[in-house]
Design a protein. Structure first.
Length: 255
């Protein structure tokens, strides 16, 4: 039996191929008119099969990459990288933590990104987590939010999703790498897959500002006014594209 006939006969793709493959290969003898009708039918079936699977692929990767950060200037460049990678980027932030008892903030911030909710994490295809450094660690508002994700951890909602981290500091050696590494810890507890940045990204070797293999970073300067340079921007976009491509590959492999 030929390899053609060893394919599953009920598959729409296989049925279309059986029609489109020249009749001589299938051992059939048909009239020219019938062959023409069969060819048109096979072509229609094959185009329908292609459209169906393109739609499934689009559905499989329709979830956004969540960019969750606290006061981070790199977020929009990472979002641009996600979009270049073919997925939607969803930017969210967290409210400040108050030192006053029972202080509260408006449900919707007056400016900037909306506040994150647990459903944003649950329904994302991947995560980019960002924070300025606070004594070599993430800022308290972001840590407070992450500490409240126990329900997602118990349900395994983030297991197997790609994640990356990013940060900024006022001084060049102000704790960028320790902040990035410490931000990975809760993500690893959630079972997420840390992407990082490989040294195939040339900007890692050329940067005179921020940028690490653990994730993008930015040297903002003592007054916080130093703008992102070309290498920092390139690494932000590289992380966004890496998260998008990894999320799509993982969704495809899961069927």
């Amino acid at each position: 039996m030929s390899a053609l006939f060893s394919l599953h006969l009920s598959s729409p793709f296989t049925r279309a191929l059986r029609i489109l493959v020249p009749m001589a290969l299938l051992g059939g003898v048909v009239s020219p008119a019938m062959a023409d009708d069969e060819f048109r039918l096979g072509k229609t079936m094959l185009l329908g099969y292609r459209a169906e699977h393109l739609a499934k692929a689009q559905t499989a990767t329709s979830k956004p990459i969540l960019i969750l950060c606290y006061n981070e200037p790199l977020a929009r460049q990472i979002a641009r990288g996600v979009e270049l990678g073919g997925l939607e980027a969803r930017l969210r932030t967290v409210p400040a933590v108050s030192s006053e008892c029972e202080a509260s903030a408006p449900t919707i911030p007056e400016e900037g990104a909306l506040y994150a909710e647990l459903d944003d994490l649950k329904n994302c295809a991947g995560l980019a987590l960002g924070s300025p450094t606070r004594f070599g660690n993430m800022a308290a508002p972001l840590k407070y939010f992450i500490d409240g994700t126990s329900s997602l951890w118990l349900a395994g909602e983030l297991v197997g999703k790609p994640a990356g981290v990013f940060t900024s500091t006022s001084s060049l050696h102000g704790g960028q790498e320790s902040t990035l590494l410490s931000m990975m810890l809760p993500l690893l507890h959630h079972g997420m897959l840390i992407t990082g940045l490989p040294y195939s990204e040339g900007a890692l070797l050329e940067t005179r500002g921020g940028g690490t293999p653990y994730g993008p970073s930015h040297h903002a300067g003592a007054d916080g006014k130093r703008k992102l340079d070309e290498h920092e921007i390139a690494l932000c976009r590289a992380l966004g594209q890496r998260l998008a491509s990894t999320a799509k590959q993982l969704e495809t492999s899961r069927g």
